[in-house]
Design a protein around this ligand. Structure first.
Ligand code: ATP
Length: 264
């Protein structure tokens, strides 16, 4: 983990983007993004459709080469897919392997760690219980609802105890109730494990509800950061009470204006 001393205080940075730019051929998507994410922060990234949110996550994950600038995770430059990094995509249907049981899907990443079969299974079961899926271990993903499948994908992301978790619209295709349940599961995981999370969403309400901080990107031709807002809401977050707070409504309005290109 990189350490910086600022006026006598020591801060740990999990993720550092310096002047990052990205393009597909001559199509520029990201422009001069500089961003520091402290360890343990849940950062939400919002922006208009097509502005480059997924491209940003794919670049951080090492799935696309960094074209301009540098990205460091825990002080190490990203040159390929880093260890202890997990990604959850929106499309859970395609990210789980249909021929494996739920338990074996979750245990899959543990194979690289050299654990024995019994240990892998025990660890998978422990994580499945944690995401509210005990009892489904021997079923197959296609026998579960969409929300349950996304819980399996989250369990598989958590099983390697990632230091950095990247989530790309993970709840975008779920119904409202399931989505709220999974937002609360994510907050529980974040608070218990102190995982650093970068969470991409186009849903402004969701970004303010789950985030410790919201960064808004501008739209094409090349996305820049147009808002970087700490989310300082009182009390423990609660789906009904938090969303009714005047502070929540004010934050949501600021993010909404930024995404629509209005000054805040
Ligand atoms: N593999 C690719 N090759 C060429 N262009 C691409 C590729 N992937 C994305 N793009 C383009 O890059 C831009 C950013 O796409 P990206 O998917 O990162 O945006 P997004 O903000 O995640 O969008 P959405 O919110 O709609 O998911 C878009 O104009 C898109 O068409």
């Amino acid at each position: 983990m990189s350490t910086m001393s600022t006026a006598g205080r020591t801060t740990h940075h999990m993720l550092q983007l310096s002047a990052v730019g990205q393009h597909y051929g001559d199509h520029h998507v990201l422009h001069d993004l500089t961003l520091t994410v402290p360890a343990g922060q849940l950062l939400c990234v919002v922006g208009p459709s097509g502005c480059g949110k997924s491209t940003l996550l794919r670049t951080i994950a090492g799935l696309l080469p960094t074209r301009e600038g540098t990205i460091e995770i825990a002080g190490t430059p990203v040159t390929g897919v880093p260890d202890r990094l997990a990604v959850v995509f929106q499309d859970y249907g395609r990210s789980l392997l249909p021929w494996l049981t739920v338990r074996d899907n979750v245990a899959l990443p543990l194979r690289r760690q050299g654990l024995g079969r019994a240990e892998r299974r025990a660890e998978a079961d422990r994580i499945l219980e944690r995401v509210g899926l005990s009892g489904t271990a021997r079923r197959h993903p296609w026998q579960l609802s969409g929300g349950m499948q996304q819980r399996v994908a989250i369990a598989r992301a958590l099983v390697c105890r990632p230091t950095l978790l990247l989530m790309d619209e993970p709840f975008g295709s779920l119904d409202a109730q399931t989505r709220e349940d999974l937002e609360d599961l994510l907050l529980e995981v974040h608070h218990t494990d102190d995982t650093t999370i970068v969470f991409v969403t186009h849903d402004i309400d969701e970004s303010v509800y789950v985030g410790d901080r919201v960064v808004a990107l501008s739209s094409a031709p090349a996305a820049r950061i147009v808002l970087d807002l700490p989310v300082d809401l009182p009390g423990t977050r609660d789906q009904i009470a938090t969303r009714g707070l005047p502070e929540f409504v004010a934050l949501r309005a600021r993010v909404g204006r930024a995404v629509r290109g209005q000054t805040t």
